[in-house]
Design a protein around this ligand. Sequence first.
Ligand code: GLA
Length: 727
Amino acid sequence: MPITVDSSSGAITIYTDHSSYQMQVDRYGYLLHLHYGPRTDSCMDKLLTYADVGFSGNPYDAGTDRTYSLDSLPQEYPSQGTGDYRSPMLIVRDHHGTYGCDLRCQGHEITHGKYRLEGLPAVCSESDSDDAESLTVTLKNDRTGVTVALLYGVLPHKDIITRSAVVTNCGTEPVTVERLGSASLDFVSGRFDLMTFYGRHAMEHIPERRALAHGETVIGSRRGYSSHQFNPMMILLDHDATETDGNCWAMQFVYSGGFRASAGLDQCGQTRIQMGLADETFSCPLKPGESLTAPEVIMSFSSTGLQTLSHNLHRCIRQHICRGSFRDRVRPLLLNSWETCYFDFTGETLVSLAKEAHDLGIEMLVMDDGWFGKRDDDYRSLGDWYANETKLGCSLSELIRKINEEGLQFGIWMEPEMVSEDSDLYRAHPDWALTIPGEKPVRARYQLVLDLSRREIADAVFESICRVLDQGPVRYLKWDCNRSIAEAYSHGAAAQGRVLYDYMLGLYSILDRLNQRYPDLLIESCSGGGGRFDAGMLYYTPQIWCSDNTDAIDRLLIQYGTSFGYPSSTVGAHVSACPNHITGRTTPLNTRGIVAMSGTFGYELNLTTLSEEEKNEIRRQITDFHRYAGLIQNGLYYRLTDPAHSPVCAWEYISEDRSEALICAVRIPDRGDLPSERIYPRGLKPDAVYTETNTGMSCEAGEMTENGLLLPDSMKEADSILFHFKS
Ligand code: GLA
């Protein structure tokens, strides 16, 4: 039983194989947080301390007891207006405009299986062997009648606990929710670091680790989407934790819209970390009877460092977030037209690329931006999702047929959430864009955002996508999103303060309907690369284009950062031409292949201008890809070095049964001379002997982990090497 209630102490404990999470309703009905960490059977209320802290509030019920204060006690779901002056999860205003929502526990319920969230993505469990359970704890504010159902899900064998919260107005007057958080954790002791993942367009997911300080470190996105600037995840870890040692806790948001995450030390040196909806443009009225659901947060704990934490998150994303027929399948090896020819192509160009691609062993051709309306540049036509037959020289159906005749599957690019002012769609429906009456809209990439919070617009977008997909056997859709939202104003909504939240519900409903109608369609999402790389999108699209930066050396750091929370099977990565179009750097084709193969793999360069030598190298890469793809997709991932601080970036995949390992290493440019560098594999079976399958070299596991693998002296800047071992 992963969730138990101790009848003497009243403690509710959620167990996973290697962790436990505990809470307790106290004498005044407040829900206190007792523990999240190493698995224990004790009641951890012994950690609670009571002290008269000056200027901290005491609830009226505590009478003359000035040592009882929510300002210092650890809580499950801190709410504003209770004398806790730290960061709240919930801010509610009543119909007079008065703030405050004192929540007391009403009861709890434990149910078999993992809960689901209406209209929102969430971790799912389809098999009884997961032993998943759910806990609902209900809190209530008597004055307003607001109730909060705190939801907890557990996948015990994956060391995963999820949280969400549903706020309902059970009162008789309207209220407004001004902040809605999903998960909060309080730690009464400990000295921690915080890791977050910052970035920008074409340089996403850069890890940043710092000592936690007094006050709040807040990250998030006010862009309407999860954003390039901060990935919606964070890790709290012991100050001295490493890849292989120490306690670490992760919070990962299963949501693709704006978010707010914070961490910091309070006046007593206690730590609070939180994650939830962005609150700056959020203000959600709830009439009596109405509810609002906070998106889910995935949490995991590891006492053996960051690598185990990542393994837990990877398994969860791979098996319980990603769904559909591609979840466990090696994805098609594709050629994408974007960096190959940008807007400059005809149907004939694509057919000749397909011919060349087939000859090399590539399986799919993806026609990226530029095929519809009058789209020869990025100033027009978004929304006009019908083929430019003059440019293609034929209809879309005919083009699909021609590509198929060359032996390739066909995939297509769309950016369904957007509209160009120069488009038939915008001319017909200017009010479909998110714009503020009386203000000139903010443009970005010269485009506007469609108001998916309105059902009729979401329906029209869904239908326009279906019309494209029904032109023939389209096997893959690249779903792009190339700007942030500036105006959260809907021309049709009743409540402007929830437009961005409803936009996400609209987006998810379209993706959900597409998944149902086209179960064999692979959707790769994209937002100028990794601007919306989150577990919410992965629920509908099992892979995401990780970055518009395809430079293999920059990708080392981008993919390293991504790997903390997301498995390689989700990371869109392609081999592109050199000098790289973004950085101007030239790297060996072999290195570009090894780096792209550590994702979903494909090519994005003009095959028709390659030399015979380059083509042979690509054929060899594709043979390697078929040998290793299963291991890369399903194996455990180890970060062997930190590319920001090491002359070599090395990483490893090992099968769950430890019988097969793939170790990749790239020498990073500009890090000086490199005498006899070694890399140290991890996770091998201790007493096994492994054979390197390309050279026949035999090595004992102990020898390899102790003494490392020596990299050849001949490895120069940007060179790379692969070792493939079998026991
Ligand atoms: C975005 C994507 C690119 C490409 C272009 C097309 O930038 O990230 O891969 O699809 O749009 O306009």
